[in-house]
Design a protein around this ligand. Structure first.
Ligand code: DP6
Length: 422
């Protein structure tokens, strides 16, 4: 390392990466350490202004080891998944020169230089909203920029994949396909963008964060148990998903909402069916999740054409995709009718993200929720049931863009002089 400023420099890069929700699910690996899946999957990237990870990475000759902080707390980097990502990124590093700061780092130097990484989620990690997807994507993307890695986002996705499978789909905005690939080493198991976030910009996404008492089985061990014990998963991977992937790609390309709803709901339900087919069975959805499904199914059936798609990952939260703002507002009315907040709640923290949806739904304050009439499609179900407090809060968002660099140094999570958390 050559430096005019006596080895005292710190070089930093900051990036922001979105999270994503699968509409055709990834569930099951054919290689545990490279994280190679048994089927293709398709996701929609969520708007990073509402859900994202921000990461600052720093390098300095004064650092004595690789260190990482997540939401301000130091976490170990010793895990195999972090080590695999760091090794893959380091091996692709190139020369970096910052004439202004008098910094010159050669390709060879990166093997010895240590890194500091600080990451922050703009949403509660505990809510179970795919924080590992945005997190590993952001780690890989920001390190690639710091180290002047020449690879494109597709090749970076194959590195992020080794942190967490679903992370590879967070390297792009819009709708993204993770191609399972054939290579034993995983070189062709990468993400590709199907369409960008402007292609289907009418869609509105409502997430119901469902209160749950119990700790769920992690995706990693859950899918391992499914592959080991479920006879249904073989049929799903070999016969069902390949056809659905083709149909879903067409539906997205043509903005064919009825087909999109049918495929998304069926695939979520089949994912939970293979969980139930696992021995011992895995339950990710709870009563609240099931009630949300019934509410959406009833409404979709009462209309000429489906209005909303639902999908659930490895937890009870519902992700609901509405065809446009108007249907999203009608959906919110229905959800608030069945799942009103506790009486002491504040509306401002009960619906977060794009709050303008509240105005569209005609809700100005908590009293407007109490005054909501029962949805017409449940008129023969008396009394209309209410489940106060079963939803913690709602997030209103939309399809969003992929990773970006952030140049505003005030926002950095690491001090530019010391390379330690601010
Ligand atoms: C249900 O990507 O969290 O969300 O690869 O073991 O880290 P690992 O698992 P992860 O699994 C995500 C599973 C899912 C479906 C999906 O996102 O496709």
């Amino acid at each position: 390392v050559e430096s005019t400023k006596k080895e005292s420099w710190v070089l930093t890069v900051m990036a922001q990466t979105p999270t994503n929700i699968a509409v055709i699910k990834y569930w099951g690996k054919r290689d545990e350490s490279l994280i190679l899946p048994i089927n293709d999957s398709i996701s929609v990237t969520l708007d990073p202004s509402h859900l994202c990870t921000t990461t600052t990475v720093a390098v300095s000759p004064s650092f004595t080891s690789d260190r990482m902080w997540l939401n301000g707390k130091e976490i170990p980097l010793s895990g195999g998944r972090y080590q695999n990502c760091l090794r893959e990124i380091r091996s692709r590093a190139s020369d970096v020169e910052d004439a202004e700061k008098g910094i010159k780092i050669t390709k060879k130097d990166w093997e010895k230089l240590h890194l500091h990484i600080a990451s922050y989620n703009n949403f509660p990690t505990a809510a179970g909203l795919a924080s590992s997807a945005a997190g590993f994507a952001c780690l890989v993307f920001s390190l690639a920029k710091l180290m002047n890695v020449k690879e494109d986002n597709g090749q970076l996705s194959a590195i992020a994949r080794q942190g967490s499978g679903s992370a590879c789909r967070s390297l792009y905005g819009g709708f993204v396909k993770w191609i399972m690939g054939k290579d034993d080493k995983g070189s062709d198991s990468i993400a590709v963008q199907l369409v960008d976030e402007n292609h289907w910009d009418e869609l509105v996404i409502l997430i119901a964060v469902v209160s749950s008492r119990q700790k769920e089985t992690s995706s990693t061990s859950g899918m391992r148990e499914t592959v080991d014990t479920s006879p249904l998963i073989q049929h799903r991977a070999a016969e069902v998903v390949p056809k659905r992937i083709l149909q879903m790609e067409e539906a997205i390309k043509n903005r064919d909402f009825p087909t999109f709803v049918q495929l998304t709901c069926s695939d979520s339900n089949q994912f939970h069916a293979v969980c139930l087919d696992t021995s011992p069975p895995i339950f990710y959805m709870n009563d609240t999740s099931h009630r949300i499904i019934s509410c959406v199914e009833k409404w979709n059936r009462s209309e000429e054409t489906p209005q909303v798609a639902y999908t659930f990952d490895a937890g009870p939260n519902a992700v609901l995709i509405a065809r446009n703002r108007k249907t999203a507002a009608l959906l919110l009315q229905r959800l608030l009718f069945h799942f009103p907040p506790q009486s002491d709640a504040d509306l401002n923290s009960y619906v977060v993200g794009d709050k303008s949806i509240l105005k569209d739904a005609g809700i100005q304050d908590i009293k407007d929720i109490e005054a909501l009439p029962p949805p017409p499609e449940i008129k023969d179900i008396i009394p209309a049931q209410k489940f106060t407090g079963d939803v913690s809060y709602f997030i209103c968002t939309k399809p969003g863009k992929g990773p970006i660099l952030i140049t505003d140094e005030d926002k950095a999570l690491l001090n530019p002089e010391t390379g330690l958390p601010k």
